[in-house]
Ligand binder design. Structure first.
Ligand code: FAD
Length: 424
């Protein structure tokens, strides 16, 4: 091969045939959008794509500059609701009760864009809409919907969703919090763990076992009700802006009209909500990978080692391309899952397969992003380490990777493999 031809090929690949790398060889990347290699954005309707671009601009202008400080201080900042409200992203599945309609794809893209800035914010949004508002919309009475949904969508109240307990995480359907029927309502006793927003919430959805039917039912509990106490889970090393707490309930009276009207078993209540919420969570992974990739590619183009930008080294390019490839797969799977949800064809096994696998691969993508940034990759402002630890939670909450794999595995084989052949 002639040296002229070799030089041309090397220039095209961004490499240099001489010892010293010339900065002029660092061309503008060929792709239009740094991460949208396969033009996947074209799969999105134009109106939603435009709305998404506006959301991105607003988040970058008003929220992103503060995130490192909030994360560092592990603070849910006062006034965040005022910053989030103008984004106009809160709503329910139909235009009703004074709330705007947010379709599944719009919600997914909002989760993506928030996570691209910070996964705690995306978690706050998903918790409010996919867990709390959806629970009330799907399982609540007309009176409960009219009372709570407008306040939730306008962020006039903040809410928690409580299924997990100290002794029951993956095995949530074995929970021990009790709801004892009494005249005019129920008495709740028990402990919940990990509830997002717990110390700042006005209301909590609590799932408890009815002592008469032994079924698991949902209740809307006033966080200030007599007998409720909350402790924050401090020293948390991930999702540091979201405040997670333990909730202790000692003889808490819940009036009959605050018991959720529908879904009086685990399968028809809490699990229906979890399945719905899980359909969106891989978008959080896509957002985390996008944020990681954008920071990583900028960094390795700017930083020089061995007299060449880090971007000029084959190993770094391979790692970057691995992130890119994972992103394309995560985006496509997320998009397809949301489309199935829109068509009313989505099922629990699909949601588990996609949420589980995407978070599994998301771990690799964020780790690689951190890796190519070297030591600076662990600084909060450089995003990747924050994304990496936040990805650990996405991998764990709303069903760990393992449990989601077992849900998909059950569908694939017809055999449930959740229970170990072990007797204490
Ligand atoms: C930051 C954060 C926020 C959260 N927010 C909320 C919230 O708002 N509301 C709420 O109700 N909950 C919340 N959770 C709880 C979350 O859903 C649980 O952590 C999750 O379900 C896992 O339960 P666990 O932590 O008790 O782990 P465990 O169930 O104890 O599991 C530990 C390990 O064992 C594995 N394992 C368990 N069972 C099996 C099995 N059958 N087969 C194979 N492996 C298995 C798991 O995959 C995991 O690796 C939150 C958790 C975190 C960390």
């Amino acid at each position: 091969m002639s040296s002229l031809r070799l030089n041309l090929i090397c220039r095209h690949l961004g490499q240099n045939t001489t010892d010293q790398f010339s900065k002029s060889n660092l061309k503008t990347p060929y792709v239009q959008d740094p991460i949208d290699f396969l033009h996947l954005d074209e799969l999105l309707p134009a109106d939603l794509n435009n709305k998404r671009k506006q959301l991105r601009a607003a988040l970058e202008a008003n929220i992103a500059p503060h995130v490192s400080e909030w994360y560092d201080k592990a603070q849910f900042p006062a006034g965040l609701a005022e910053k989030l409200r103008p984004l106009n992203i809160f709503g329910i599945t139909e235009e009703k009760y004074g709330c705007r309609k947010v379709c599944p794809l719009e919600k997914s893209l909002a989760i993506y864009e928030l996570a691209r800035i910070d996964a705690s914010l995306a978690t706050f949004y998903a918790l409010t809409l996919s867990l709390v508002a959806f629970t009330i919309e799907k399982l609540g009475s007309e009176e409960q919907k009219a009372k709570y949904l407008p306040k939730l969508c306008n962020l006039d109240i903040i809410a928690s969703w409580g299924l997990t307990e100290p002794d029951y995480g993956s095995d949530a359907s074995s929970l021990e919090t009790t709801a004892t029927p009494v005249k005019g309502g129920y008495i709740l006793n028990g402990v919940k763990r990990w509830l997002g927003n717990a110390i700042i919430s006005d209301i909590m959805i609590i799932f408890a076992r009815n002592t008469v039917t032994q079924n698991i039912e949902g209740f809307i509990m006033d966080s200030k009700a007599k007998g409720v106490s909350v402790t924050n889970i401090n020293r948390k090393l991930a999702l540091r802006i979201v405040q997670n707490g333990n909730v202790f309930m000692k003889d808490v009276f819940i009036p009959e009209n605050e018991r959720l009207e529908k879904g009086h078993t685990f399968a028809t209540g809490a699990n229906v909500v979890l399945e719905h919420s899980r359909m969106n969570l891989s978008w959080m992974v896509a957002g985390l990978i996008a944020g990681t990739y954008e920071h990583a590619v900028k960094y390795i183009r700017e930083r020089t080692q061995f007299r060449a930008p880090l971007a000029a080294f084959q190993l770094n390019q391979e790692k970057l391309v691995r992130i890119l490839a994972i992103y394309q797969a995560v985006f496509l799977m997320s998009w397809r899952t949301t489309m199935l949800l829109v068509k009313g064809q989505g099922n629990v096994a699909q949601a588990s397969l996609v949420k589980g696998w995407c978070s599994y691969m998301g771990r690799e993508a964020t780790r690689l992003g951190r890796e190519v940034m070297g030591g600076n990759g662990i600084i909060i402002d450089n995003y990747a380490m924050k994304a990496l630890v936040d990805m650990e939670v996405v991998y764990t909450y709303e069903g760990t990777y393992d449990v989601n794999a077992l849900v998909a595995g059950r569908a694939a084989t017809g055999v449930a493999a959740f229970k170990a052949g072990y007797k204490a």
